[in-house]
Design a protein around this ligand. Structure first.
Ligand code: DOR
Ligand code: ZN
Length: 359
């Protein structure tokens, strides 16, 4: 196979950041995607109508010359109200509330969603979070979850969070839930076993490619949840390549400057926008499942969220290129797979500043 055409893809989980960083990284997502869901863990976070509109405007300006449509997740925290949920539902560009357990990842401090608060909400009908979940279920606002229990060894934290998700699905029978960037056998199993159609997962390129052995000593590979053992990675690969319809791509592309990606100061996040899609295409070709690529990259997410998919298509050709070396970005952003040769490239699309021709 030397070329492959898919419908314009969607990235259902991306960190576009703010200010100059936003201006630098947004074109990388706009290069290939027709739609993306932008995460709210900014400073200050996107957690009310004012911050949502301000951030929506900032992203809109950065994307003005591009065909990329951005939709947004709003941070769910201990001050979110049912009224905010219904207000946001009226906007067709606010499509999910994102739950971060307090402190588990970059800029997730101060959500107030401790283990006690989360579990209490499942039984205490007068708690704020219970009322918010009722409102979300009623108006079909998606609950997007960073599924890690706080205070546990990293490789156990996702598994420990899954019982809360199972409970919330049962207590709120209309609620639609996405487990973000799954990293375990158990999460993959839970998606497969779901019979309600209300439970979905996003999968990143790096969780398909890396195991925990690839993370030790490699700050650029450190993210939350951390890539788990090969057994877990294989289960996620099987789920994705099996064509499960409630599984879709979310890059979790999360740039951090090089000065924050050193062994002594290591922020969680893999900046994958320059290479994630090309890598996903390569993976599907390698396992012979290209017939399922379109659903994973372009269709499943839109169906789950109930949004119109972008129009058009992208053609990938078998013409290798290289990702620039991390060292060429003194305090810029090192791309995932820096220095490596990548087989598939998008034809007729704007160039990425992280790509180089092979000499
Ligand atoms: O690795 C991660 N980085 N995981 C997240 O959940 C947040 C993200 C970031 O914002 O850097
Ligand atoms: Zn993320």
């Amino acid at each position: 196979m030397t070329s492959l055409t898919i419908s314009t893809p969607c990235d259902w989980h991306v960190h576009l950041r703010q200010g100059e960083t936003l201006k630098t990284v947004a074109p990388e997502t706009a290069r290939l995607f027709g739609m993306c869901m932008v995460m709210p863990n900014t400073t200050p976070p996107v957690r009310d109508i004012d911050s949502l509109f301000a951030y929506g405007r900032e992203c809109g300006n950065a994307l003005r010359q591009t065909p990329l449509r951005a939709v947004f997740a709003i941070r769910l925290d201990d001050r979110t109200t049912p009224e905010l949920v219904t207000e946001c539902k009226k906007l067709d560009w606010a499509v999910a509330f994102k739950l971060y357990p307090d402190g588990v990842t970059t800029n997730s401090h101060g959500t107030g969603l401790t283990t006690d608060v989360l579990w209490n909400a499942l039984t205490d009908r007068r708690s704020r979070l219970y009322e918010v979940l009722v409102a979300m279920a009623e108006c079909r606002m998606v609950l997007s979850i960073h599924a890690e229990a706080a205070g546990l060894p990293y490789l156990q934290s996702e598994l420990a969070f899954l019982p809360w998700i199972a409970n919330v699905m049962e207590k709120f029978p209309k609620l639609r839930v996405v487990i973000e960037h799954i990293s375990t056998v158990e999460a993959a199993r839970m998606i497969r076993a779901d019979t309600t159609g209300r439970l979905a997962a996003t999968v990143t390129a790096h969780h398909l490619l890396l195991s925990c052995d690839d993370v030790f000593g490699k700050p650029d590979h450190y993210c939350k949840p951390v890539c788990n053992t090969n057994e877990h990675r294989s289960a996620i690969r099987e789920l994705v390549f099996s064509g499960c319809e409630n599984v879709f791509f979310g890059s979790d592309s999360a740039p951090h400057p090089r000065s924050r990606k050193t062994p002594s100061c290591c922020a969680a996040g893999v900046f994958s926008a320059p290479v994630a899609t090309e890598t996903i295409v390569g993976q599907f070709v390698e396992v012979g499942e290209t017939a399922r690529l379109n659903d994973f990259l372009s269709r499943n997410g839109c169906r789950f969220y109930g949004v119109q998919p972008p129009t058009g298509s992208v053609t990938f050709i078998d013409q290798p290129f290289r990702i620039v070396e991390a060292s060429t970005h003194p305090d810029g952003f090192a791309s995932f797979l820096s220095g490596q040769k990548i087989t598939w490239r998008a034809a007729d699309r704007p160039a990425s500043q992280w790509h180089r021709e092979i000499e």
